[in-house]
Design a binder for this molecule. Structure first.
Ligand SMILES: Nc1ncnc2c1ncn2[C@@H]1O[C@H](COP(=O)(O)OP(=O)(O)O)[C@@H](O)[C@H]1O
Ligand SMILES: [Mg+2]
Length: 178
């Protein structure tokens, strides 16, 4: 799938749970009309979850089934994919990748607020400290399409949205049909 065959770009919004992906994606989708694909929700709705992990209190993904189901919509373009990892997805799906980040105190407070505890809480904080998702993104996509965005405050959220709108405008300008 070539970028040129899409009439609108595909954006990946990734980062450790709690960095604010869903909050940003919802606003971005409302403002732009791009489709917000919240991967965990889609996986649940389409029976793409495998066995339950009692320690992490979550399920693993049936990646093959999920990716097959998304291929058509991703080929068409115009999607914002929201997921805490970029590992399952083919590189060709995305025109740009945003990795949201916070400081550890902010993330800790947000995850506690969401009821995370024990190993799940500690692992997610470690994930942010070691920038695991950013490292993963850098090794999965061309480095010039991977961008880190600090997303600690409402002000930063607004700046991040403006930056993405700017990038989108440029994409449509460069890829407009003759
Ligand atoms: N930029 C921000 N400033 C302040 N609070 C935020 C910001 N982004 C998200 N939040 C809050 O942080 C929590 C986690 O956000 P959420 O979007 O659910 O994260 P994720 O989808 O990455 O797990 C929510 O309570 C949300 O309101
Ligand atoms: Mg979310």
């Amino acid at each position: 799938m070539e970028t040129r065959s899409r009439t609108a770009p595909n954006i990946l919004v990734t980062g450790t749970p709690g960095v604010g992906k869903s909050t940003l994606c919802e606003k971005l989708s409302e403002a732009t009309g791009l489709k917000w694909l919240e991967i965990l929700k889609i996986a649940k709705e389409n029976n793409c979850l495998e066995e339950y992990d009692p320690v992490y209190k979550c399920c693993t993904l049936d990646e093959d089934k999920l990716l097959d189901g998304l291929e058509e919509v991703m080929s068409a373009g115009g999607n914002i994919v929201d997921y805490h990892s970029c590992e399952p997805f083919p590189e060709r799906w995305f025109d740009i990748v945003f990795v949201l980040q916070t400081d550890n105190t902010t993330l800790y407070d947000r995850l506690i607020g969401r009821g995370y505890e024990g190993i799940k809480l500690a692992d997610n904080i470690d994930c942010e400290i070691f920038q695991i998702v950013f490292q993963e993104a850098k090794s999965s996509y061309k480095s010039n399409i991977v961008h880190r965005l600090s997303n600690i405050s409402e002000e930063e959220l607004e700046n991040n949205l403006q930056r993405i709108y700017g990038w989108l405008q440029q994409w449509f300008y460069e890829n407009q049909l003759p």
